[in-house]
Design a protein around this ligand. Structure first.
Ligand code: HEC
Length: 111
């Protein structure tokens, strides 16, 4: 009985250790974004607006002076969201231009 209990606990903790982090994203480029954004077609609002279909569309957020999201505007946004929308709640920045390119490429595929 005791032995079984221990075995059970061991299996349980192993499961926790091996479980992927919450909201992990199959698409590596957008993995960090998925903590705050739904990148699935369900388009749920999480911390931020859904990113599925964002590319080519107008911003969902208020106060972002962009007609529609394209490479240029997304690059600017990801480099420093607060520069485009002072006081924005998106506290995440991507400093590396190469990384931004990868992310924008992945965003384009979300349609
Ligand atoms: C810590 C949470 C957080 C992370 C991480 C994050 N975002 Fe955001 N994002 C937000 C919030 C909150 C907003 C809403 C900002 C606003 O309107 O002021 C937002 C807004 C956006 C918008 C504008 C959407 C619209 O149409 O208005 C885009 C595009 C975006 N994020 C892309 C990304 C990408 C791509 C990543 C990953 C590289 C990312 N975000 C990571 C929180 C986050």
């Amino acid at each position: 009985m005791r032995k079984h209990l221990f075995a059970g606990i061991a299996v349980l903790s192993l499961g926790v250790a091996l479980a992927p982090p919450a909201l992990a994203d199959p698409d590596k480029a957008l993995g960090a974004c998925a903590t705050c954004h739904d990148i699935s077609p369900a388009k749920n609002k999480l911390v931020g607006p859904p990113l599925f279909g964002a590319f080519g569309n107008k911003p969902l957020g208020e106060g972002i002076e962009v007609a529609k999201w394209d490479e240029g505007s997304l690059d600017k946004w990801l480099a420093n969201p607060a520069k485009m929308k002072p006081g924005t709640l998106m506290s995440y920045q991507v400093g590396n231009p190469k990384k931004r390119l990868e992310i924008i490429k992945a965003l384009k595929e979300l349609k």
